[in-house]
Design a protein around this ligand. Sequence first.
Ligand SMILES: [Fe+2]
Length: 385
Amino acid sequence: MYKKTGLVLIGLLVQWSLFAQYPFEIKYGPYLQNMGENEVTVVWVTNQQALGWVELAPDDETHFYAEERPQFFQTENGRKLVGTLHRVTIKGLKKGTRYRYRVYSREVLDNTGWDTSFGRIAATNPNRLFAFTTLDRSKEAFHFAVVNDIHARSEFLDSLISGIKLDQQDFIFFNGDMMSHLNSEELMFDGFLNKSTELFASNIPFFYARGNHETRGPFSTRFMDYFPTPTGKPYYTFRHGPALFIVLDGGEDKPDSDIEYGGLSAFDPYRKEQAEWLKTVVASEEFKNATVKIVVIHVPPFTSTWHGTLQVGELFVPILNRAGVDLMLCGHTHRYSLQAKGKNGNNFPILTNSNQEIVEVAVDGKNIEVTLKDKTGKQTRQFSF
Ligand SMILES: [Fe+2]
């Protein structure tokens, strides 16, 4: 009798767990990453193992269903990848061109031996297609906006982003510490990524300058899986309009041996490796050919005597001074500051944004116009560099 009841209970539990897994769905995203002149990466997450792909259409009058659209999969060494995190890179795009897209995932029920069996398909809405525009170095002028030190205040991020004209922005910059710890995928999406996707990130790409807090927590080692860059590292460059952007990573703020890092930090050699890379960047034709050079780094040099801040000043600033850059954008201190060119041995202005404002930047070949706005959308400061 007890045995029979036990079996029924097990049966019910199995049924319940199967039921609990459904419906198969796109859980997070999609959001746009690694936007370039000729490529983009689309990232999303499904609630079950799946094969994902993106279908692309030109930005014309045709209905998405007018014809079969080309499909792009995430592949690695000749294999299409199955998983819950989907990261599809589309190459061969035209610069400065708008494309529409739709994201699909087909659930993989079994994937052992030669037996790959598929379940349902989840896809984004064909009547509300997402769209993006590739970068373009021949564009004369453009806008972007920067937020930093959100520390998982998702609703505050909403207020800041809502205060700017999103449709004017070619991209958004997250300049570090969007989270306090990267402990899990779920907490990361809850902290800022779901809100970003809801507001803009399916249609407007964001670039990420990793903050020291994004290096904390067990999930922090997965950072590059969710935020791919052209170099595969948190430091990278990209071109848009007259500007070259150099994104740097100051790493942690205290010495590597500090008890807070549990013996897991190795940022001294990492910053040195980055400085070597930075030397090759400023020696490149790409750097020399850009009219405007903007550096984005979470940790601002000369704002404290902590180890990480000191190393940013010692390792990166002399290289940038010699090369000549127009502006450095920072966060980290939670306080606004503007270090004028020459103030601390910096041969360029350093603007540190607080954790209460959003920075709107308009770039053309002659000026960098910067406007700071608070959570109500009210302009608080304005500069021209
Ligand atoms: Fe920070």
